[in-house]
Ligand binder design. Sequence first.
Ligand code: DPP
Ligand code: ZN
Length: 876
Amino acid sequence: GRIVHLADYRPTDFVLERVDLTFELDPTETKVEARLIFHRREGVDAAAPLVLDGDDLTMTSLLFDQIELDPARYTATPESLTIRDLPESTPFEITVVTMINPEANTQLMGLYRSNGIYCTQCEAEGFRRITYFPDRPDVLAVYTINIIADKAANPLLLSNGNFLGGAGFGPDKHFAAWFDPHPKPSYLFALVAGDLGIVEDTFTTMSGREVALKIYVEHGKEPRAAYAMDALKRSMKWDEEVFGREYDLDIFMIVAVSDFNMGAMENKGLNIFNDKYVLADPETATDQDYANIEAIIAHEYFHNWTGNRITCRDWFQLCLKEGLTVYRDHEFSADMRSRSVKRIAEVRYLRSEQFPEDAGPLAHPVRPSKYREINNFYTTTVYEKGSEVTRMIATILGRDDFKKGMDLYFERHDGDAATVEDFVKCFEDASGRDLTQFSLWYHQAGTPQITVSSSYDAGAKTLTLSLEQMIPATPGQSAKEPMHIPLRFTLISENGSEASASAISGGDVTGDVLHLTERAQSFTFSGIGSRPVVSLNRGFSAPVTLHFSQSAEDRGHIARHDSDLFARWQAITDLALPALIDAAKTARDGGTVAADPAFVDVLLAVAADEALEPAFRAQALSLPSEADIARELGGNNDPDAIHAGRQAVLSAIATAGADVFRKLHATHSASGPFSPDAAGAGKRALKNLALSFLSLAENTPALAAEAFAKADNMTDLSQALTILAHRFPDAEETKQALTAFETRFASNALVLDKWFTIQATIPGAASLDRVKVLMTSPHFQPTNPNRVRSLVGTFAFGNATGFNRADGAAYAFFAEQILAIDPRNPQLAARLLTALRSWRLLEAGRADKARAALATIEASATLSTDVRDIVDRILK
Ligand code: DPP
Ligand code: ZN
């Protein structure tokens, strides 16, 4: 594929006025008739041809104003349709007929069949696999859709917008017509046909309109859609209350399908979901599943305004809809749940997924300036860092001006295909602030590294905070400009209260936000009576890495006293990381790991503190992950040593805290009836962590086996199974539990994904053979992305010791898998392959073997553009 550059953007030569599509659905021979009305854009050369995008298309007929077009006037290939000699200014109609094969569409882009259901996925460039079209987000048109299909097999015929009507069509078929009055780009088109069950409800909007809500799932699964429906109604209400956004059609539909490359898709009025993010009940869904469903239902619904009403001018602007919409769904979940705990989870995810991306060969700016395959830019940088950038705008402007800016954005750009510059301008205009320097966040890749030191002058009663920012070089960007970094802070005095300064010099400070704008900058606070402890980047106000050599005492002080729970958790993490790094080094040198008793004391005090919410305590007890440690070590890494060191620290905590954990487990085991809410989830998380530590302290599978037998919900059940499998992989209890789980959920593919994941992530070199055996299980379907991700994906992303076994056998296996998946589903293969993005941080032996595996992929002559793009960049 060729490289697309942002700098080359220009509008289309022809304006698309309207779109009429007629689908005659057939599993292998679907006929698509597209009637497209265009006119030449003013000022465009009269000789310019109309060039439409295609992907793997077969055209059977082409009419111009309803008359067959002279073959001399057009050129059709599977990838494009070019039509010449077109009218200078009058509108004209092109009628194209293409034949497509939904059954054979294993890429899951365009129109395909999943479990007998016809469905579509058009973002980013799937529509061109349906018909020839100006398939780009700045081409907005009004669509009318006709669907004709066999009536018995497809009682349901759905598309975007409002239902116009339907009737019989010959003896066995019927048709339905849909009209979407909102102009939209092709990536938001959707069609669904088949036989599904339905859950219905209504929502009355703030202006009093009644909206019909419909969630379609496989027959028999209707009860498992209740939580999704509840989350949808809460999302609709929240968007009215917090962002003033009302829904704009008479009907809102969600369809759950079992084969889906992504989480979900925000098609106008007809969201299509990976069923994993719709279906839940206590018996089959974990608390994490419930939280994901709530967040993703909200995310896709919020796209109706941030994405659909205001869309992107081009795919370089992807963060305009994704970063902003992630920010909105984060705020929603924070309002529905515990804000601090939600923030901790977000930051954990950002650090474990986005920071490595930003530090490796795939690093790219939040708004990239070039791409070879847009599918490879649905990244944590665009989504998660994009959300952080939006959050920083809110932090810099403050709540009121941020709201004014959002209101202005909705007012000014409704109906537009907008850019990041348009978005930022709204906040500048609303607040009067200059965001020029701030905008570097969109353009410079790499996680800023901030070095901080503080010094207190008792005589002068001043505290000086010196900061220096460094943005590491990233592919294509060697030199970086200093950025505008908003850091929330407080000064905590000896007695734990927050000290206030009478004056500040050296830089801009607004409220509790310190604005770092220079490469190096010192802020002096005066009127400080005694040496305070500085708590910096509270709430993770900026997505940066702080290098602040605070003493363990100071960190302990923050961990005990900060009024920001996030900052307390961060302080515990800052205490834990050096201990875990030491442990990894000691384990590597063959020494005996000893955990710092002071750190263990802080941790156990938090665990036992009944004044703190259980979910927070669970977060504190979930030490930094092996990936966190590897990132911090930053090179020459040995995953076995990291794992062994971390396990030794966990054992030390378990032994020292056995009584605390026994009590926690007992207290929270006798919980009342199941509720998926945040409070219930927090208690279960704490209880299960206590069980895990206790099992370690007593070194017996008996406790987890008992918990497995008693569990009355999937969270407890899967946690007990995880403890058994990960800590006691060879125990008889573990074998029995794995078999019992498999038998009990044999007909529930989504639950069996957990069974695959738990086994694929058992630490140690033996897991490779386990994964190979599991791939031969009748439950494993190699064409289903959820199955592949839960087995091969979690092995590669979530099993550092197994995937990185020293002999390189897992890399070779992985390369084979990528090469096998790629011809079927390039998007899935490319996404999996990113698991090797940090191979250069491994010690030399493993790094060589990883490179060799990557080289076998690169050597294939038939790679998709998706995989070619990733492998080239990873090896560069
Ligand atoms: N636009 C989808 C989402 O993130 C993904 N294609 O919601
Ligand atoms: Zn999205």
